[in-house]
Design a protein around this ligand. Sequence first.
Ligand SMILES: *Cc1c(COP(=O)(O)O)cnc(C)c1O
Length: 230
Amino acid sequence: MIGDNYLEVQKNIDDACKAVGRDRSEVTLIAVSKTKPISELMEAYEAGARDFGENYVQELVDKIPQMPSDVRWHMIGHLQRNKVKYIVGKVSLIHSVDSLRLAEEISKESVKQGVVSDILLEVNVAGEESKWGGSLEETIELVKTAAKLPNIKINGLMTVAPYVDDSEENRQVFVKLKKLSVDINEQSIDNVIMNTLSMGMTGDYMVAAQEGATLLRVGTGIFGARNYNK
Ligand SMILES: *Cc1c(COP(=O)(O)O)cnc(C)c1O
């Protein structure tokens, strides 16, 4: 069932790209597997999934050695500075960098390990009280300062759009994030090329794909509902 879900989401992404004349190869589906057991991740893997997203450091660190080594891991959840050392060098991309202090910690740990960490900056586009990430203006300032730090590379932006009943309501959120990335690119900041946009979840990934997402983070649509009480 999980394999079929995965293929169906992929097919929906094909359709969304076709609808707007977008090159399908620009868009990667991340299977968001938080709270799900390895057996279920493997079902998605067997259907072709190679990009997996996790929210919690401990769970991520536990799962990495249990999955095939060609999996690309994405840290998508809020990251505390004291946990940075556990994931640097192990994940392909950290999506959820929302402060200079966190960027500094990732930089410091990356220098220590002799690696370069790819990161995205998290933006709270809709200005929701309950969400992480900076405002559009704060993000421009954060890019400029964080770009000077050694051993990190800012690849783009990420947002968690509001929970809405009709995915069309989030179209403007995605348009705004895309525009911010274009505006930042036009400033030609050293060490910054914004070509990655992580946006769109189960409820709205097709709209996000139409509006320029390069990474879609889909959990429920692949693995079914999460049970946090297990
Ligand atoms: C859990 C989570 C997702 C996946 O959400 P679904 O609605 O289940 O697709 C995507 N992004 C982030 C940051 C998440 O925490």
